[in-house]
Design a protein around this ligand. Sequence first.
Ligand SMILES: [Zn+2]
Ligand SMILES: [Zn+2]
Length: 228
Amino acid sequence: MASVNRSITIKKFQNFIKEVYGLSNSRYFGLGDMIVNMERFVMRGLKGIRKGDDQKTKLNLLIAFSWFTSIMNRLHIDVENEIWKRFPYLCSYCGTYPCICKKIKVKKRQKVVIDNKKRPKTIEQFQKMFSDVYPAADRTLDHAGVHLAEEVGEFSEVILTFRGAHRDEDFKNVELEAADLFSCIAGVFNSLKMNMAKELAKMYSKNCHTCKKSPCICNFTIITKFKS
Ligand SMILES: [Zn+2]
Ligand SMILES: [Zn+2]
């Protein structure tokens, strides 16, 4: 049996997703299809924000995060490393903690010194890091949602560019945007005052959250018509 516990690392979550959904992803979905699925669940999550329905937002963003993880697996990206390189307990732009981008105009991205002793280990700790660097009190939930939408667009854009010419320098942008996208998912959960790892552990207490099997045996119609 495959399951997620609250202290799971991002790497272990990637392995969990691979074990449960690797087979059906390989059979049914190309990279572009997986991106469409991630996008549609992010959008459903945003609808939850507009309607003031936190449970709807939570559930849809957890599913979007699972699709995001499947995409990372497909591209063999160690997303935890990318997040840490981009956000080493510092804002990736002003290079400060907590971020001061709103208070002072930082003209260009600052060089950051990485202190590996501060590196979070679990999803829960990474979420806490984003809460420390980008305090939820400094923005509204709507703002966090708009930022997430923006990053989904940027992520799709770099994937499109990479798929156009298959250039390795374009792939680096995919890795960077993946880290940004994760930061925004964690940001919405911080604004919701919800613990992402705890919610993932509830949803994935046993294998696939829908069929409860590993590997997942949900058929193509169930997956593509799934609504939460
Ligand atoms: Zn900043
Ligand atoms: Zn299933």
